[in-house]
Design a protein around this ligand. Structure first.
Ligand SMILES: Cc1cc2nc3c(=O)[nH]c(=O)nc-3n(C[C@H](O)[C@H](O)[C@H](O)COP(=O)(O)OP(=O)(O)OC[C@H]3O[C@@H](n4cnc5c(N)ncnc54)[C@H](O)[C@@H]3O)c2cc1C
Length: 550
C-alpha cells in the first residue's frame, strides 16, 4: 500500500507579518506637532515608549488580553459578595506599562519637573502610541486621570488619593487602597434613565446626621474599570447634583456595598471590563462643594473626551498602518497595490485624516498646557475638544472599516489584527458623550459667551493665513444658524473640527499634506468614502511620508 503524502503548499503573495516599528520615530506628523516641546530627555523617553508599543510583544499582549477578556467574580467560593473582576495577565502587563509611563498621573504630578508646561502634549503622544497596539486597557488609566482633574482641586480627600496614585505603580490586588503600591479610579456617571447633558442623577446621597458620613443608593449603567480602587460618582444630594468618591473597600477593610450586576458583553474594547453596578448604602466621601456636581462633571468630561480623541487617533493610525503594510507587499496583476493609482489614492486620502487628527490632537494638548496662563488657548480648548472628539472618533470608525477592506477578506478574519480596531473604534465615539451630545456642548459654548467663542475662533484662524478670514466667517455663520436652529449643530461642529484640523496641519505638517487636506475637506463637495483625491496630489508620496517603509 502506498502512503499518501500531503505537501505544504508554498504561500505566495501574502505580506510578511507586520514588522516591529518604533511608533514615535516613524510618525513625522507627531514629531512635527511636538517639535516645540521636545528636548533630548523626552525624545529618548518617547522613542523607548514608541519602540515598545510598536513591537510584536505589545501586539501579542494586546491580542491575548482581548482573546481572554475579563470575567466577573460576584462572590468568593463561600458565597460572600466580593464583586471582583478577573483579567488575563496580558491585560495587567499592558496597564502596568501605561501606569509606569504616567498615563494616569502625569498631568497632576507637580513634583515631576521633566514634563512641566508640556504635560498634556507628551501624555497625548503616549496615549496615541499605546492605542495603536491595544486600547481597552487605557480606560483604567484615562478614567483615573480624569477623576484626578477634580480630585486635585478637592482638598484633603484629593491630596490623599493623589498621593496613592503618584507612585506610578500598578497594583491589582484587591486590598485597601491605603495598603497598595498604586491605585486607579473609575468613573460612574451614566445611568439607565439618561445622563447627558447634565440630567439630574437618580442615585441618591444620604447624610447620616450622627456620623456626618454619606451613603449612596442607586445604580450606574456603565462603569468601566470596575476593578479600580474607588469610583468618582455623580449622585443627587439635598443640595443638588454632587460628586462623591466611593472606595471599593471601606477603611476597615470590609467590602463596600457596590454590587456588580453583570459584565457588559461589549462589541469592542473586549480586554476591558464595563459593569452595571448598584450601590446599596455604599459609603462615600463628598468631593468638592455639594451641589456643584455638574461643574465638576464638565471638567471630567473635557478630559475624557480629549483622551477618547487621542486614543481614536491611535486606533486609526494602527489600522491604516496595517493596510499600508499589506498594500506594500500584496501584488495584484503583477503590481503591488500601493503602486496602483486607485489604492494609492484611497490610502493617501485616509492618511490625510490620520495626519490631521494627529496634528489637531497635539494642537489641543498644547492649548491645554497653556490654558492656565492664556485665555485664548483656554477658550480654544473649551470649544475644540468636543468638536475634535466628534470628528476624530467618527473618522476612526470610517478609517478602520476602509483599512479592513484594503486588506481584503483576511481583514475580516478575527485572527488578523484589523477586526479589533474595527470593533474598538465606535466605543470612543460613545465614551464621554456621543455626537449629538457633543454638538449640544459646542452650541452651549457659543451661547455662553461671544467673547470666548470669538477668542477660540481667532486661535483657530490664526494658522490659516490666506483662508483665515473666510474660515473664521464660515464658523461664525454656522454658529449663528445653530443658535436659530439647534438641529444644525452638527454642521457647526464639523466645520470647527475640520477648520481646526486644517489649521493644525498648517502649523505642523508639510505643505503637500496640508494643501490636499484643505482642498478635499474644506473646499470639496460632500464625500461618502475614501479615494477622492485628484491627480494633482502625490498620493504615493503622502502615504510614504506618513508611513515610512521599514
Ligand atoms: C465602551 C464604553 C465604556 C463606557 N464607560 C463608561 C464609564 O466608565 N462610566 C460612565 O459613566 N459611562 C460609561 N459609558 C457610557 C457612555 O458614556 C454613554 O453610553 C454615553 O454617554 C451615551 O449615553 P447613553 O448610553 O445614556 O445614551 P443617550 O444619552 O440616551 O443617547 C442616545 C442618543 O441620543 C442622542 N442624544 C442625547 N441627547 C440628545 C438631545 N438632547 N438631542 C438630540 N440627540 C440627543 C445621543 O447623541 C445618542 O446618539 C461607556 C460606554 C461605552 C460604550
Amino acid at each position: 500500500m502506498t502512503a499518501t503524502t500531503f505537501e505544504t503548499h508554498e504561500v505566495v503573495n501574502q505580506p510578511p507579518p507586520q514588522p516591529s516599528v518604533n511608533l514615535y520615530e516613524s510618525d513625522p506628523i507627531l514629531i512635527g506637532a511636538l517639535e516645540g516641546v521636545l528636548d533630548s530627555t523626552v525624545e529618548v523617553a518617547l522613542g523607548d515608549y514608541g519602540k515598545f508599543w510598536g513591537s510584536a510583544e505589545a501586539r501579542e499582549l494586546g491580542r491575548m488580553a482581548n482573546l481572554h477578556g475579563p470575567a466577573l467574580k460576584p462572590t468568593d467560593p463561600f458565597g460572600h459578595r466580593v464583586d471582583q473582576v478577573e483579567f488575563h495577565p496580558a491585560y495587567h502587563a499592558l496597564v502596568r506599562r501605561g501606569a509606569t509611563a504616567g498615563l494616569a498621573v502625569s498631568l497632576w504630578d507637580e513634583e515631576d519637573e521633566t514634563e512641566k508646561k508640556r504635560r498634556h502634549a507628551l501624555r497625548a503622544a503616549r496615549l496615541m502610541m499605546a492605542a495603536q497596539s491595544e486600547c481597552g486597557h487605557l480606560f483604567q488609566l484615562s478614567s483615573t486621570s480624569a477623576a484626578l482633574s477634580v480630585l486635585t482641586a478637592a482638598g484633603d480627600i484629593g491630596t490623599e488619593w493623589l498621593a496613592r496614585a503618584l507612585p506610578r505603580r500598578y497594583d491589582h490586588r484587591f486590598a485597601p487602597a491605603a495598603d497598595k503600591a498604586g491605585i486607579t479610579i473609575g468613573l460612574g456617571i451614566t445611568e439607565k434613565q439618561g445622563t447627558l447633558p447634565f440630567i439630574e442623577p437618580s442615585t441618591r446621597a444620604t447624610r447620616d446626621e450622627e456620623t456626618a458620613g454619606w451613603t449612596l443608593t442607586g445604580h450606574k449603567w456603565f462603569l468601566s474599570a470596575p476593578q479600580s480602587d474607588a469610583f468618582l460618582v455623580t449622585a443627587h444630594a439635598p443640595e443638588g447634583a454632587s460628586l462623591f468618591l466611593v472606595p471599593r473597600l471601606r477603611a476597615d477593610g470590609s467590602v463596600n456595598a457596590i454590587r456588580f450586576v453583570r459584565l457588559k458583553d461589549k462589541l469592542g474594547n473586549r480586554s476591558s471590563a464595563t459593569v452595571e453596578a448598584e450601590f446599596a448604602d455604599a459609603e462615600a466621601i463628598v468631593v468638592g462643594t455639594l451641589g456643584t456636581g455638574n461643574e465638576g462633571l464638565a471638567t471630567i468630561l473635557q478630559h475624557v473626551r480629549f483622551d477618547a480623541a487621542a486614543m481614536a487617533v491611535g486606533v486609526m493610525r494602527g489600522a491604516l498602518a496595517q493596510a499600508v503594510h499589506h498594500a506594500r507587499h500584496r501584488a495584484i496583476a503583477g503590481e503591488h497595490l500601493l503602486d496602483q493609482p486607485l489604492m494609492a489614492r484611497v490610502l493617501a486620502d485616509m492618511t490625510l485624516d490620520v495626519a490631521a487628527a494627529t496634528a489637531l490632537t497635539i494642537r489641543i494638548a498644547h492649548a491645554m498646557d497653556k490654558a492656565a496662563e492664556d485665555d485664548g488657548e483656554a477658550a480654544y480648548a473649551r470649544l475644540v475638544i468636543p468638536a475634535a472628539k466628534y470628528w476624530i472618533t467618527k473618522t476612526a470608525i470610517a478609517v478602520s472599516a476602509e483599512a479592513l477592506e484594503a486588506v481584503g477578506g483576511n481583514g475580516y478574519v478575527e485572527d488578523h489584527d484589523l477586526a479589533r480596531p474595527y470593533r474598538d473604534a465606535p466605543g470612543w465615539a460613545l465614551w464621554g458623550g456621543p455626537g449629538n451630545v457633543l454638538a449640544l456642548d459646542v452650541l452651549k459654548t457659543v451661547e455662553d459667551g461671544a467673547e470666548a467663542f470669538d477668542a477660540a475662533v481667532g486661535e483657530i484662524a490664526v494658522d490659516l493665513d490666506r483662508q483665515a478670514s473666510t474660515s473664521a466667517d464660515l464658523i461664525r455663520e454656522a454658529a449663528q444658524a445653530c443658535i436659530a436652529d439647534q438641529g444644525s449643530a452638527r454642521i457647526l461642529v464639523e466645520q470647527i473640527a475640520l477648520t481646526a484640523a486644517a489649521a493644525a496641519l498648517h502649523r505642523f505638517a508639510p505643505r503637500p499634506i496640508t494643501d490636499a487636506f484643505v482642498d478635499t475637506r474644506l473646499s470639496g463637495p460632500w464625500r461618502a468614502s475614501y479615494g477622492m483625491l485628484d491627480a494633482r496630489f502625490d498620493a504615493r508620496g503622502i502615504v510614504d511620508y506618513a508611513f515610512p517603509a521599514s
